[in-house]
Design a binder for this molecule. Structure first.
Ligand code: 2AL
Length: 244
């Protein structure tokens, strides 16, 4: 099966990192196609970045759908464009935040999210509420590490995420950590070894959920809310995205 893993930001190095994390967990018969949009922000850290990221995801789902992708993963913790992507795609579309929340609740009664900039915490809070995980998510913690600084050893990202995770487990009385950024995927196992609790990277979780659903011959429901977008022409800049 072919899974298109979309990094919604335009950082090529982050797309490569996400692709590697996806391939590390994929089954032997799974082809991972790691892509990013042709436009948008190099990191997604606020609502404006998120707007462009959602359009970028729509671009990549459209082309992936035309090229026969069996499933899609949206590899940014804000799950930008998730619902629109489910309208466009016929196969499953999994956002890394929703996937990580589900995985965490199968492993612990309460989890904490450790993320990047503190200002992104509200975006994660909105998702927790939207997906109905408010009874299981016990806290959301910013580290004030910028997304692109995760790749810079001088940021001491691992040590800072480790410290924030320890504090979160204690303060929130939680039993698992959800990593709040796709760019943290490579830190997941080392953090889990140090913390001694499940540490969930949404990229890996989303790839495995996508594989499971495709293997089970399950796809996005096409009646009602996720039916194909209405055929219409969009004006101006949005013209190339017109669904009809
Ligand atoms: C993210 C992420 O996963 N990718 C990105 O560009 N920003 N998440 C975050 N909390 O900053």
């Amino acid at each position: 099966m072919k899974i298109r893993v979309i990094n919604p930001n335009t950082s090529a190095s982050m797309t490569a990192k996400i692709g590697a994390a996806a391939r590390a967990v994929a089954a032997p018969g799974t082809v991972i196609e790691a892509v990013n949009p042709s436009f948008g922000a190099a990191s997604i850290e606020d609502h404006l970045d998120d707007v462009w990221a959602a359009a970028g995801v729509a671009e990549q789902v459209r082309t992936g759908q035309a090229e026969g992708a069996d499933a899609f993963v949206i590899a940014c913790f804000g799950d930008p464009g998730l619902h629109a992507a489910r309208e466009i795609a016929t196969g499953p579309v999994i956002g890394i935040a929703e996937a990580a929340f589900h995985a965490a609740t199968l492993l612990a009664t309460g989890f904490s999210v450790v993320t990047t900039l503190t200002r992104t915490c509200v975006i994660a809070e909105h998702l927790v509420l939207q997906y109905g995980f408010e009874r299981r998510c016990r806290g959301i913690h910013g580290t004030d590490i910028a997304v692109l600084d995760l790749e810079d050893p001088a940021s001491m990202a691992f040590e800072r995420i480790l410290a924030a995770s320890k504090q979160a487990l204690e303060q929130d009385r939680s039993e698992a950590i959800v990593l709040g950024c796709a760019g943290m995927a490579d830190l997941c196992h080392a953090l889990q070894d140090r913390l001694g609790v499940p540490v969930i990277d949404g990229v890996g979780a989303a790839v495995k959920f996508a594989e499971s659903l495709v293997s089970l011959k399950l796809a996005t429901s096409k009646i009602g809310d996720y039916a194909a977008p209405l055929a219409k022409s969009y004006a101006g800049l949005a013209g190339p995205f017109s669904p009809g």
